[in-house]
Design a protein around this ligand. Sequence first.
Ligand code: UD1
Length: 312
Amino acid sequence: MPSYLVTGGAGFIGSHLVTELVRRGAQVRVVDDFSTGFRRNLDHVRGIEFLEGSLAELDVARRAVDGMAFVLHQAAIPSVPRSVSDPITSHRANLDATLNILVAARDAGVRRVVFAGSSAAYGNTPTLPKREDMPTRPLSPYALQKLVGEQYLSMFSELYGLEAVSIRYFNVFGPRQDPSSPYSGVISLFISALVEGRRPTIFGDGDQTRDFTYVANIVDGVLRATTAAGVSGEVINVATGSRISLNQLFRALRDLIGSNIEPVYSDPRAGDVRDSQADITKAQRLLGYEPLVTFEEGLRLTLEWYRTEIRA
Ligand code: UD1
């Protein structure tokens, strides 16, 4: 197995990629600055190399990619509202770091870079599901940074011949998603509130929808993108292809947990997209991707994990 750099490997999605790569016998290096990740997310894996530092520094990016065949660029500050309140910090983490990784990867002769893009790039499209050839309309600094990141990858592919693929994630959830910040993903926030007997907040009327995707599906899509032929420069949705509302999500979780807690409704969040649902035909065609874990099964696995964590 070749070598892989996972940037943001101590984060939620990064740590799942690292786990699977190590399971497959790959040589793995992680670079992380612990801005949103935790060393404990990798406590269960052995034999990886760890580099602590910020990729917003070019020399850190160069040390990180040195000798690596593949780069899975997951490092980011992934929150829409955090980018609305602090666009500069978010820009450094999401865009300066991406350019540094690309320059370093080009110079080091990396075989392929796979980038964590975001469905946030679409904004509010008039039709659903969202297809990669639809016009983009970023509604937040985060969405714009992720979109420009993708455009950088496509441009590096064209201009320098660097193999580079962007995967547009939709709302990813699963074990190790950190619920401790107001900027955390909504499923982690709802579960931790319900399990601890607190009332979760729903921003807006709760009828906004998302294509909630269990993390194992993302890991599969990203790893397929490292080897698929003819994908350099492409942007590819990886999700489930369905959507549910926040109100439906809340009720599903409440039923699973066996709680009768009511949510608190609050003002809609600035920069939020209303509806999100992926068209996954491009991933099916180019990557041979199919969702492996359903939303319901993913929710069950995630809940099991939080219950153990919260009890511990
Ligand atoms: C999420 C990801 C982002 C990813 C994008 C792709 C996180 C933190 N964000 O953004 O990285 O690129 O999907 O689609 O994982 N909400 C509540 N109550 C809460 C928190 C959130 O009602 O306590 C609502 C929000 O207003 C929003 C929805 O839940 O309508 C989802 O919010 P969030 O989990 O923050 O994700 P996105 O903003 O969709």
